[in-house]
Design a protein around this ligand. Structure first.
Ligand code: HEC
Length: 295
């Protein structure tokens, strides 16, 4: 089945962005399983607000700099739900599927160590090389990872703290059925990110608010991808509109205008949720549809 894998990797008509970074040994079924891969990692039931904020940042490409951000890569592209990703394959940064060389100069002009030494992407719910003890080592590791390895901007201390608490709150859990992705889950992430952004704006924490809005909009982009095809054009337009109005609300300078704009956004978002849920079966959240798309 190696030929089929090559075929899938070579086409630029892949329906989901994340598929570009997957290499599967097999045809459409293997690709569907890989893009919906569920590593069996959950957040602790008592996860703090800070950890929940970290979850949004973890999924936001703009946290990383340089080539990674440009490509749309986030922490979650490699660590799916905080776990591993056995089929991850990034040109010039991976060896065997599931590996990456994060000290590769491809991701950073300064962080590259000059040698190509890809290693398996670890499941962050399991104890690793970096101590998870609070506070300290993990925050320092993440800062180096973002600034040196990925050439990102120096993260706000609050962003590092949120990311570190997210990692500390990861637990192994039962695998949740066949699919790791759901429309309801993605919509909940968007809503939560927007709410947290609004809260940060009220606290004049512009940097975090900007990252959280970027996270909400990136998730909307992933929902958009799954609503593919001519029949769902109206739904896609509504998703795009939601993304644009969220961005505009986050740019309001006066606090009363901002509060009003966010309130309007939330109301239309509830409408959007209903519109999308009604047609979910026709979208690529439906595993069967996704599979057909790859044939
Ligand atoms: C291109 C894939 C990739 C991306 C993107 C990525 N990682 Fe990793 N990550 C890895 C690999 C591979 C390792 C193992 C490195 C090693 O062992 O030297 C790793 C290691 C780690 C570890 C150490 C785990 C341990 O052993 O204790 C943490 C924590 C971590 N990553 C968090 C993050 C966070 C947070 C982000 C986003 C800012 C991120 N990673 C982005 C691939 C990636």
């Amino acid at each position: 089945m190696g030929g089929a894998a090559l075929l899938l990797a070579a086409t630029d008509a892949l329906p989901l962005r994340a598929m570009q970074w997957l290499k599967v040994d097999g045809g459409p079924d293997a690709m569907v399983a890989a893009v919906n891969y569920d590593p069996g990692v959950c957040l602790a039931a008592n996860a703090s607000q800070n950890a929940l904020t970290g979850e949004i940042l973890f999924r936001t490409p703009s946290l990383l700099g340089g080539q990674a951000a440009k490509a749309g890569l986030s922490c979650a592209s490699c660590h799916v739900n905080g776990g591993d990703n056995p089929n991850f394959h990034f040109p010039n940064a991976s060896g065997a599927p599931g590996t990456a060389d994060v000290s590769n100069s491809f991701f950073s002009a300064t962080g590259g160590n000059g040698t190509f030494d890809p290693v398996s992407i670890p499941n962050l719910a399991e104890p690793g090389k970096v101590s998870r003890a609070d506070p300290g080592e993990l925050e320092a590791f993440l800062k180096t990872l973002i600034v040196v390895e990925f050439a990102g901007e120096e993260p706000h201390p609050a962003a590092l703290s949120a990311l570190a608490d997210y990692i500390r709150a990861l637990r192994s859990c039962e695998v949740q059925g066949e699919s790791g992705r759901s429309l309801a889950g993605d919509l909940a992430l968007v809503e939560r990110a927007a709410l947290m952004a609004e809260r940060r704006m009220a606290e004049r924490d512009e940097d975090m608010a900007r990252l959280l809005v970027a996270g909400a909009r990136d998730t909307l982009g992933r929902i958009y991808e799954r609503f593919a095809g001519d029949d769902l054009r109206k739904e896609r337009n509504s998703i795009e509109h939601s993304s644009i109005t969220l961005h505009a609300a986050s740019r309001e300078t006066g606090s009363s205008n901002r509060i009003a704009s966010f309130a309007v956004w939330r109301e239309t978002f509830h409408g959007l949720r209903q519109i999308l849920q009604r047609r979910e079966d026709e979208s690529l959240y439906n595993v069967q549809r996704l599979r057909e798309r790859l044939e």
